[in-house]
Each structure stands twice: as C-alpha cells, then as structure tokens.
Write a protein that binds this ligand. Structure first.
Ligand code: ADP
Ligand code: MG
Length: 338
C-alpha cells in the first residue's frame, strides 16, 4: 500500500471545483442561475471561442454589496441557506455556495457589481483562486461576471474539452433551457459577437417557446394549466400531429429548475397513448410547481437529477394535466371517470 497523503488545500480545492464545473456550459448555467436568484429580469450571456476563451454574464439583479464580494467566492459561502432546516425548503436555484469558488479556482474571473444602495460599484478579480484587490467602479445596479481562460490552471481537464463549436453548442443549450424555464426573464445570448437568441421576458411560456424552439413548435403547442393536491403544472405540449422521432424536445422544470425525470417523461407519453405512432414522441415545455418539501434537489452537484417524496403524485399531475389539455382540445379521448 502506498502512503496516504492528506491533500493540500489547493489540490483539494481543484478537485471540489471539478465536481461543479465540468465545461463552459456548466459555468454559464451556474452564473445564469445566480442572476435569476438575484431577481434579474434581464440576463445577457456572451461567449467567445465556445466559452473556453471568454464568458460574460450580465444581469440587472440585486448586485452584491462590497462587504460580501470576497465572501461570495469562498466555498460553502451563500446568502441562500443559513441552517439545516433551510435545506428542506429551497426555493432558489443555488444553495451550495460552491459555484463562484469553483469557477474562480479554475479560471480567471472579473466581477463588477453594485447594489441599489451603493453609490459606487465594486470591481474584483480572482484568478486560479488568487484574489486581487477590491476597487471602485462605475456600473449600473446588478452584476457582470467575466470568465476567461477556462481551466487554464488544470491542463488535465482542459484536454477533455471538446472543440469550440461543440462546447459553444452546449452553452447555447444551457441558455435555451434557462430561457424556457424563466419566461419572465428577458434573455439575450451572443456567440462570437452575433445575437443567437433573444426572449422578450413577458412571462408567457409561449413567447419563450417561439424564440427558443421556433414558430412551428409554438404553432403546434397546446396550453397546459392544471392543479391537483397543491401541485401545479403549466406550460405547453405538442399536438399529437407534431410528434418527433426522439425525446429531445421534452423539457421538464421543477420550480423553474430544468430536470431530467423518467417519471415525468413516462407520464407525458402515457397521456398520448393511442394518439401517436410507434417510435414517435411528444414534446413539451412543462413547469411543475411543487412545495420545496416534495422534492430533493440535493442529489447531484449539477442538480439535473431530483428525487420526489411521492413519485405517484408527480406522475398523476403530469398524466392528468396533459390528458386533460389534449382532451379539451379534442386531440385525445376525454378522461373517463373511474
Ligand atoms: P449559491 O448560488 O449556491 O449561493 P454561488 O457560489 O453561486 O453560491 O454564489 C455565492 C453567493 O454570491 C450567492 O449566495 C449570492 O449571495 C452571491 N451572488 C452570486 N452571483 C450573484 C449575482 N449575479 N447577483 C447577486 N448576488 C450574487
Ligand atoms: Mg449559485
């Protein structure tokens, strides 16, 4: 047996950082979630070189007070959770207090931020975990975070990055999911200088769907709005005639968080029973609003997987919600009383 080493802080930090930040798209996802948590109504994401060379996320949210700026970049430092109990009632996208620390450990980060109460904004840089000085900066209320040279100090991880185009596509997909999940936020996405996506932020799912998934989808969308046992389902599903050859357009959100859920997918497909040919799948953009106790988002650092306290109630919500919407539009048989 080789001797056991206790890793020094910097190595341990890089390992922890690697859990949260796998690629440029995960950085964008975290930064956008922070913007949404900060109450932003406008979020702009810019990338260059697939996000490997440059990422900038600008929001008009609350901003970070100067006295909090350095702390925001410490691991397990968060304004969203105070105690163990809070973990059972998470309503924010973030709560681990790990994203900024992880990003700053692996990249070069520059922050510009100002709260409404402050006269001067704050500029702060932190690169490979090495903090710089705080200084005054003129800026509007909100936050701009610029990330350069992703993984510059972790060459092993850099090797696993794909080509710029493919990393850039993953970033685009992350922004699209955020835009679909937050129709009340106006998103703008620029890739190598060109505007690739812009949503109005008018609060209508259908507007976001039109911008992200295209006119054909939005014209074939059936609205869904359903409530049962304190759970709500809303969004749009596709007409049976618009069925696709894959499940690639099944977008589920729990309390606006994008999730992958076999339960939700199965319930959706079951509601289309006998309306689709074999090998054809329905599409959807559906948000489930559930009490925070009904779902455990603390399963995976990237938080795409969730666990439900009661799988059946989630299945039923999606199944009956979709079935009712299809029935009301005469696209499927009405539900018979059991
Ligand atoms: P978490 O989101 O889990 O709290 P992060 O590392 O992502 O952890 O962020 C740490 C803290 O920094 C947040 O809790 C929040 O207080 C602050 N913060 C980060 N990004 C923003 C932002 N865009 N606007 C306002 N505050 C922010
Ligand atoms: Mg966060």
């Amino acid at each position: 047996m080789a001797k056991i080493n206790v890793l020094d802080k910097q190595v341990a930090e890089l390992i922890a950082a690697g859990e949260v930040v796998e690629r440029p798209a995960s950085i964008v996802k975290e930064l956008v979630e922070n913007a949404v948590d900060a109450g932003a109504t406008k979020v702009t994401v810019e990338i260059q070189g697939g996000g490997i060379r440059y990422i900038r996320v600008t929001d008009n949210g609350t901003g970070i007070a100067r006295e909090d700026v350095e702390n925001a970049f410490l691991r397990h430092a968060t304004s969203k959770v105070k105690n163990e109990e809070d973990l059972t009632r998470i309503m924010t996208m973030g709560f681990r207090g790990e994203a900024l620390a992880s990003i700053a450990a692996m990249c070069r980060v520059e922050l510009l931020t100002r709260t409404a109460e402050e006269i001067a904004g704050t500029r702060y840089a932190i690169s490979g975990g090495e903090p710089g000085e705080l200084s005054d900066a003129g800026c509007p209320t909100g936050t701009t975070i610029t990330v350069r040279d992703v993984f510059f100090n972790t060459p092993a991880r850099m090797k696993f990055l794909k080509k710029d185009v493919s990393e850039g596509n993953s970033v685009a997909a992350a922004v699209e999911k955020a835009a679909l999940g937050n129709p009340g936020v106006a998103f703008k996405f620029l890739r190598d200088g060109g505007v690739r996506l812009q949503t109005p932020g008018d609060g209508q799912v259908l507007s976001a769907v039109r911008c992200v998934l295209g006119r054909e989808f939005s014209e074939n969308a059936v609205p869904v709005r359903y409530e049962a046992n304190g759970l709500t389902l809303d969004g749009v599903i596709s007409r049976p005639s618009f069925a696709r050859g894959s499940r690639g357009l099944q977008n589920f959100f729990i309390n606006t968080r994008f999730v992958r859920s076999k339960t939700c997918m199965a319930a959706l497909e079951e509601s289309y029973r006998n309306t689709l040919m074999v090998g054809r799948y329905p599409s959807c953009v559906l948000n489930l609003t559930v009490p925070p106790q009904a779902v455990d988002v603390n399963v995976h650092p990237a938080k795409i997987e969730v666990r439900f306290a009661n799988e059946k109630s989630i299945f039923d919500l999606v199944y009956y919600g979709c079935k009712t919407a299809l029935g009301a539009n005469r696209l499927a048989p009405e539900i018979k009383a059991e």
